[in-house]
Design a protein around this ligand. Structure first.
Ligand SMILES: [Zn+2]
Length: 169
């Protein structure tokens, strides 16, 4: 099942509502590391014409299994476009809402997702700890770490040979 092809000639002036669920994977993501569509995709939009434009308004959501950019584990992700709004120049007599939604949803996916960033079920990344978190980095202030023994200046002076005719002691 795909979205109905919208015939502009059949749209009433106030627009028409299209809503439903799609379980078919028409995202065409087949690469090993691509997001995996987790049905259903839900849509509830109103399509109307405004001068030469086609306006689509409503809400769209779809879930995916993404691959963590850090540890390669899968993590759930939900794209929620609410409000969803597009305004396209009216071309021809029909609008393929499928193509439009597909593109908008894919554009909303994060490019480098991480386990702990999941907006559905965040969990600690398995690779966490392989790299020191930023909070443990020692800032480079130019100061000596406090646990480094400081040279004893007075001892060093004591070791100097007597240098004058008026010893201090
Ligand atoms: Zn991870």
């Amino acid at each position: 099942m795909t979205l109905p092809l919208i015939q502009f000639s059949e749209l009433p002036p106030e627009g028409r509502n299209f809503s439903g669920e799609i379980r078919e994977d028409w995202f065409g993501l087949i690469g090993k590391y691509d997001p995996i569509f987790a049905p259903p995709l839900k849509y509830d939009v109103t399509v109307r014409l405004d001068d030469g434009d086609v306006i689509v308004e409503g809400a769209v959501s779809a879930s995916f299994q993404l691959q963590c950019s850090h540890c390669a584990a899968r993590l759930p992700w939900r794209v929620l476009l609410d409000p969803y709004f597009t305004c396209e120049a009216k071309e021809g007599g029909t609008l393929d809402l499928t193509a439009q939604l597909r593109e908008d949803i894919l554009l909303a996916l994060p490019g480098y997702p991480r386990c702990e960033e999941s907006n559905v079920e965040p969990h600690p990344c398995q690779k966490e700890g392989a790299f020191a978190p930023e909070s443990e980095f020692v800032p480079l202030t130019g100061e000596e770490p406090s646990d480094t023994p400081k040279p004893n200046v007075w001892e060093a002076l004591d070791r100097l040979p007597p240098s004058g005719s008026s010893p201090a002691r």
